[in-house]
Design a protein around this ligand. Structure first.
Ligand code: ASP
Length: 505
């Protein structure tokens, strides 16, 4: 028993991650199988499974004219498209359709359809465990940020000090993001992942992208920089908190904390003590919740792996490798330089200190959900003063997304190459500027990076449908770029602490 006791939490989390991956592979969701629910006249629901079909035909049948109108024909690799097609239909529309399945000589017809879905496996039914884990982490984030920022700001003596730290933080965040996007553009221009696709794969991807353009690609997404700054000031701090508006919360907590330092000590001391107690409690709570991390990580990874279409990896292998190489360079090389020269700390110590946060970032794909763990790692393992980490990290989780920016750079050049567009220097500069803005405007939750990519594609006149080309592997890259995102925030916190030696713990 004592053998198990000696295993560190971090190792347990890694074991959870590996076992989750294995479990996901064993109980993989069948990508050729559909679960069709139909309603019988007696109102009873019948479930049927179909697999390995050759093609599927959806028709609507008009009883009045006794004619059938073909709605859509699907080939055998279209599980997701079929599910999406039925999801977008209303209840009555679904009922009025006939679904015919062709499998060799066999033809099966379904009527009165209630739903068409993937078949759940043991690996996907445990999804709620992962969801509860993310929720536990997410509910901690806001009270933890508020309490630690108020205490931090109250002890930072003056608004001038906050101003200098704030200014430096912003500069470093923008700087690291520019480096990240430049690495992304550089690598994708050298490796040319879009040109490495063979003709057949390229045609298949392009025609699939025409078929399967996500609705998000059609939305006009714009960033209005003036409004962005106006929006940082909350009208009502309580609604900012309930809506999870991190920048507004940071703004409120800083103003509140600084003002506390301006009033009489006898009045401010109990308030500061109170928030200090709240902050300690939440940090302890992170510690307690992290004990569940091996299970949460297990569930999150097993669902992702079980549900992932691995076939697409081979087609997009060069694109994936380019993104991964970029993320590796940014995370290991660039952040080590920042940590070493600005933070005056050993990079090895740095990476050891934040490894727990990195695994959680990878499993949750969300910098926001990871924030409490990042704060705990940076404060406890790297001994960065709370006054700095409490300010720099929440801000970073919201506005600093180096991994996302880097990936957007690679994705844009990749899409341009596949569609046969040439991006000149002016266009690449436009990508840098838009990606920096997009990274600031990207919410720190799973999958938003690809939505903001639409804006970047539009800025250089590339077809926004292009995102459909890379959608299939986005989840896995999202997990990886979130590691870079939170590592970047932590590296900047260490760098700021290194240049602010006068700030004590
Ligand atoms: N999932 C990323 C994050 O939360 C954002 C993204 O790139 O989609 O940091």
């Amino acid at each position: 028993m004592s053998f198990f006791k000696n295993i560190k939490l971090h190792t347990w989390i890694l074991i959870g991650l590996l076992l989750g991956a294995v479990f996901g592979i064993i109980f993989k969701v069948d990508q050729d199988m559909l679960l069709i629910e139909t309603i019988k006249a007696s109102n009873e629901t019948i479930k049927s499974e179909i697999s390995d079909w050759d093609s599927l035909k959806v028709e609507s049948y008009s009883i009045a004219d006794s004619i059938s109108i073909l709605k859509k024909l699907f080939d055998k690799n279209s599980q997701l498209q079929v599910i999406k097609f039925f999801k977008n239909l209303s209840k009555t529309n679904k009922k009025n359709l006939t679904l015919t399945v062709f499998k060799g000589e066999n033809v099966t017809t379904f009527e009165n359809i209630k739903s068409v879905n993937k078949k759940q496996t043991l690996a996907t039914v445990i999804k709620p465990i992962g969801t509860v884990f993310i929720r536990l982490l997410s509910f901690l984030a806001i009270p933890l940020v508020i309490a630690s920022l108020i205490v931090g700001a109250a002890s930072l003596e003056s608004i001038k000090k906050i101003g200098t730290i704030g200014g430096k933080t912003l500069l470093l965040y923008i700087f690291t993001t520019i480096i990240a996007i430049t690495i992304g553009l550089f690598l994708s221009n050298i490796i040319q992942p879009g040109k490495m696709l063979n003709k057949e794969a390229k045609d298949r991807l392009i025609s699939a992208s025409r078929e399967d353009t996500p609705e998000i690609a059609m939305d006009a997404i714009e960033i209005d920089i003036i409004n962005f700054f106006v929006d940082i000031v909350p009208k009502n701090p309580i609604s900012a908190m309930s809506n999870g508006e991190m920048l507004q919360i940071v703004f409120f907590a800083v103003i509140f904390g600084v003002t506390l330092s301006l009033i009489d000590k006898s009045k401010s001391a109990p308030v500061i003590n109170f928030f200090s107690g709240v902050s300690e409690t939440f940090i302890k709570m992170v510690e307690v919740i992290m004990k569940l991390a091996p299970f949460g990580v297990f569930a999150l990874i097993s669902v992702t792996i079980a549900d992932f279409g691995f076939e697409i990896i081979t087609t997009l292998i060069w694109y994936i490798l380019t993104v991964l190489l970029g993320l590796l360079l940014q995370t290991v090389l660039i952040y080590s330089i920042f940590v070493k020269f600005l933070g005056r700390r050993s990079p090895i110590e740095f990476f050891k200190g934040i490894k727990e946060a990195q695994v959680i970032a990878f499993s949750t794909s969300s910098s926001a959900a990871t924030l409490p763990v990042t704060m705990r790692c940076v404060e406890n393992n790297l001994n960065i003063p709370k006054k700095i980490s409490g300010f720099v990290l929440p801000l970073g989780a919201t506005i600093n997304m180096d991994g996302t920016a880097l990936y957007q750079g690679v994705a844009t050049v990749f899409i341009a190459q596949v569609f046969g567009f040439n991006l000149g220097i002016a266009e690449q500069l436009t990508i840098v500027i838009t990606a920096v803005l997009a990274s600031i405007g990207t919410a720190p939750v799973p999958g938003v990076g690809i939505i903001m990519l639409v804006m970047i594609l539009k800025s250089v006149n590339l077809p926004p449908e292009g995102i459909a080309l890379i959608l299939g592997v986005d989840r896995i890259l999202d997990m990886c770029r979130t590691i870079t995102n939170i590592s970047g925030d932590s590296a900047v916190a260490v760098a700021i602490a290194g240049t602010e030696k006068s700030v004590e713990k």
